[in-house]
Design a protein around this ligand. Structure first.
Ligand code: NAP
Length: 242
């Protein structure tokens, strides 16, 4: 038995990267784990008895409503929602297309709105819920070449604070985790020069791993963090010190 044995944990974008590390941690905690993805999933890995997976584009409210209704029908509750799904489409403002702006905002910010709205009604009626939004340190600092991504992640931080105020009376905590440089497919595609610059700026002198984020998510999903809401915790080796 663990604190999460009777908990239903829903993780968006859980097919790889940080989302997969979060899913693995909660599988080991014996939670009922539900992951969503957009394109494909490695069936072999997700072939354990307490894990379920659904194709669901978080940017599409209809798809989100269908999937969350189905989960609530089958499992009767969602205790923990981790809004992790995210994409980048980088470029300097002058070269950024409207399509790239919309795609990033639709997944990273509207996706968080869609999922949170779809899940919070049930949490409100149960008087229990933990929502954890994965933002980014660049949502705090800004970053040249990422105005769409930064706007979406800064939006998530503001969204988290506002919804924390709305849902606190229903015993729902909503917080954000801001990763720094975490080794995943998203960061694999960055040029060596950018990786080197990041490493120089990291006081702890290592890139983060998915597990570093997963452990912080676990804390925010646990009752140990019951008096924390509306906050953004940086997990970044010390790059951003607020
Ligand atoms: P990743 O390896 O690229 O994985 C992204 C995940 O999101 C995949 O499972 C992908 O599904 C899913 N996804 C993308 N668009 C989706 C959509 N519209 N609907 C549903 N699922 C969607 O990314 P990551 O590095 O693990 O990043 C995870 C989160 O952490 C993101 O929000 C990212 O912005 C944030 N973050 C990452 C870093 C970092 O250093 N890696 C730093 C700061 C913040 P498919 O596989 O099906 O496409």
């Amino acid at each position: 038995m663990t604190e999460f044995s009777d908990k239903v944990v829903l993780i968006t974008g859980g097919s790889r990267g940080i989302g997969k590390a979060i899913a693995e941690l909660f599988i080991n905690e014996n939670a009922t784990v539900i992951v969503t993805y957009r394109n494909s999933i490695d069936n072999e890995y997700f072939n354990s008895k307490n894990i379920f997976h659904f194709k669901c584009d978080v940017a599409d409210m209809k798809s989100v409503q269908e999937v969350t209704d189905g989960i609530l029908k089958d499992h009767s509750k969602i205790d923990v929602l981790v809004n992790n799904a995210g994409i980048t489409k980088d470029g300097l403002l002058m070269r950024m297309s409207e399509e790239d702006w919309d795609a990033v905002l639709d997944t990273n910010l509207k996706g968080v709105f869609n999922m949170t709205k779809a899940v919070s009604r049930s949490m409100m009626s149960k008087r229990y819920g933990k929502i954890i939004n994965i933002t980014s340190i660049v949502g705090i600092t800004g970053n040249a070449g990422q105005s769409n991504y930064v706007a979406s992640k800064a939006g998530v931080i503001g969204f988290t604070k506002s919804v924390a105020k709305e849902l606190a009376s229903r015993n729902i905590n909503i917080n954000a985790v801001a990763p720094g440089f975490i080794e995943t497919e998203m960061t694999d595609k960055l040029p060596e020069e950018v990786r080197k610059n990041y490493m120089n700026a990291i006081p702890l002198k290592r890139f983060g791993k998915g597990e570093d984020i997963a452990k912080t998510v676990r804390f925010l999903a646990s009752d140990d963090s019951g008096y924390i809401t509306g906050q953004t915790i940086c997990v970044d080796g010390g790059i951003v010190m607020q």
